[in-house]
Design a protein around this ligand. Sequence first.
Ligand code: HXC
Length: 519
Amino acid sequence: MNNQDKIRKLIELRNEARMGGGEARINRQHEQGKMTARERIEMLLDEGSFEELDMFVTHRCTNFGMEKTKFKGDGVVIGHGTIDGRVVYVYAQDFTVFGGSLSETMAQKICKVMDMAMKAGAPVIGINDSGGARIQEGVTALAGYAEIFERNILASGVVPQISAIFGPCAGGAVYSPALTDFIMMTEENSYMFVTGPKVVKTVTGETITVNDLGGANVHSSKSGVSHFKVESEEEGLMMIRKLISYLPQNNFEEAPMIECTDPIDRLDEELNTIIPPNPNMPYDVKDIIYSIVDDNEFLEIHQNYARNIVVGFSRLAGQSIGIIANQPNFLAGVLDCDASRKAARFIRFCDAFNIPLLTLVDVPGFLPGSGQEYAGIINHGAKLMFAYGEATVPKVTVTLRKSYGGAHCVMSSKQLRGDFNYAWPSAEIAVMGAKGAIEVLEGKNVRKIEDEQERLDYIQKKTDEYDNAFANPYQAASYGYIDDVIEPRNTRFRLIRAFQSLQTKKVTNPLKKHSNIPL
Ligand code: HXC
């Protein structure tokens, strides 16, 4: 063979590898509305930026005659490329090769790309589409999973890790995505569960479909396992690109500054009238978010899960920020177990990756009742408090309306090291709302009044007294717990100035192995 023959052979081998499990299986993938692993990577990355590695790796299994069936690259495509010119490492399981099932060599490939991402300090994006552990390999496949899990754990808080689920992800395999920062699922074709419908039926007698057990709807609204639900793979891949744009490459870097054309001193008069006159009337806190941030852009995380709290990424004067906002439009914005968990996880992600936090408060308190107590609201609420209190990134809070009781302390209060705590004139900061307070403070006196009208008048008088004293931000401002009461229309530029003044903030927590956050 001369050199030209050798080069021709290389090209042949590369073309063979690019065909994965072969044309018929690629066609089947397309018929199911799914892209192949390489098509997904091509769409995710900047055009022509993908550098594939390990395309000649094959499995080493000899059980069940496996040595006769080998596909170049085995069941995963790995490498690196760029998103908007910034390096990312990727792996995409290839369902056309043994159903993307995980072999020992596949695990080695995935570990290789994760190790490289850690060395380079760049995000890892994993696209999952797999039948789980390769059955023919047995324990070496399980060991492979465990190797991946350990790397997910060590990479947590060091480089961002994003998982797209574009096909099956079942059994213990779910734990790799679960250990990463963000999970995305497609509405069709994507499911995650620890045990499938057949095993569920055998063990518990429950009859349930794949989708009802672990489809995108379930995980993005009920369990909260999935952070994003998308209609198509294309939409999902574009969303990952957007998500990456808000994030730094690693925990030692800041998120990139984007040139901001939205005027910093843009006022919004509508904000002055956005809070309804009746304190019990809802409004959509997302309208306030869109109005304040650059170019009305907000990437919401967990859009359909625990909708009483809103979290997501945005920018102020080009700087990435994480926003946490109580949502009066849903359950009056009350804090419950799910909302506390959702917000706590988001805050910890932002803190790990140097993304400042903006908190918008309108919270009537924690949701009362046995359901919440049995579900562990004490632990979950403590978790949210812990996340805020531990966070050392810049923290700016605006109290829009209600801020009552324990929920007041939790929602990035001054005492949890809030850097700037502002309030709108509509803020009400107190131990509890007037109704509950009057019942506790005046119950005996009220019961003594026999005439009904007299009784109602007395309650109204005491309620007015209470509201005058507490249904405003000025008592808190008089102690310096609120740094300033601001006119709503000015919120954007007041926040930008606050975050700009905090760009050099340096706070460290006491030295310890790690904290013991209530889980
Ligand atoms: C080896 C597998 C495989 C597996 C699929 N294939 N799963 N090969 N090990 N786990 C192969 C099939 O033999 C087939 O090969 C090809 O992939 C496509 O599979 P189909 O069944 O034809 O596809 P489809 O009808 O779309 O069904 C997909 C599926 C099904 C639902 C994922 O394949 C399935 O149920 N697979 C087994 C799932 C499972 O129980 N895995 C173990 C989970 S436990 P050909 O040659 O025909 O193309 C686990 C433990 C992990 O993973 C523990 C970590 C700690």
